[in-house]
Design a protein around this ligand. Sequence first.
Ligand SMILES: [Fe+2]
Ligand SMILES: [Fe+2]
Length: 273
Amino acid sequence: MAVEVLTTADGRAKTALSHAHAARWREARAAGSPLAVGRAEPPMRPARPDKPELLPPREVPRRRTGTAQGRIALLHALAHIELNAVDLHWDIIARFTHVPMPIGFYDDWVKSADEESKHFNLLCDCLESWGSHYGALPAHAFMWRAAEDTAEDLLGRLAVVPMVLEARGLDVTPGMIEIFGRAGETAATEALRVIYAEEVGHVAYGVKWFNWLCGRDGLDPKEVFHGLVRRYFHGALKPPFNEEKRAEAGLPPDFYWPLADEVKDAPGTAGFR
Ligand SMILES: [Fe+2]
Ligand SMILES: [Fe+2]
């Protein structure tokens, strides 16, 4: 089921399949006869539509969010992130079946994939109501890099995807809700509120299974997290952090602050904070 989602290119078709498979998983669980996890061979990269054109981040044009065009560009970028998130959650389901995990691990990522699918569609609905659509603008090309880098390391995947990238979403979403709220864009504001509420859960699932794996092997989660982020994550952990929502997701400050300090102390980076 995961591989079927990953190999479907069109965003609306991918997310429809994602919803359908999540519902099937849930129903089987509720009936007390869970589907077998089995084994899978996910593609190295998920199938994607011909549009949007994927460009290196520097070449993706930036627009001011004070204009309608700028807000379309911002929502388009978010829709691209959500579509990647759909694939990321199905990918973690399919890629690590050789690591024996409790069934709750699959429950959590199926639920997350289901929610990301809703997020993508909510944002597409907004874009379409403004006369645009997903694919109308270029998008970030390197979004799948974190998945490739951690394709053979489940702890690394959990550290970088939910605990760094999705946690970053918690930091920046309130500012976006404000942008669309000020512009009187009710549907977009509501969509972002749904996303904001549900993303806390995705970070929490990451923390939960990261700690579980560390506990199983008698490892110190904080030390392991620092090592894996330094190894696999190429960006910077940028303050300000949403300390409250990160705490709600179970992500303590001593996990992320030491990594942010590293960036702050590095020469030539002060201006980027
Ligand atoms: Fe999302
Ligand atoms: Fe998410």
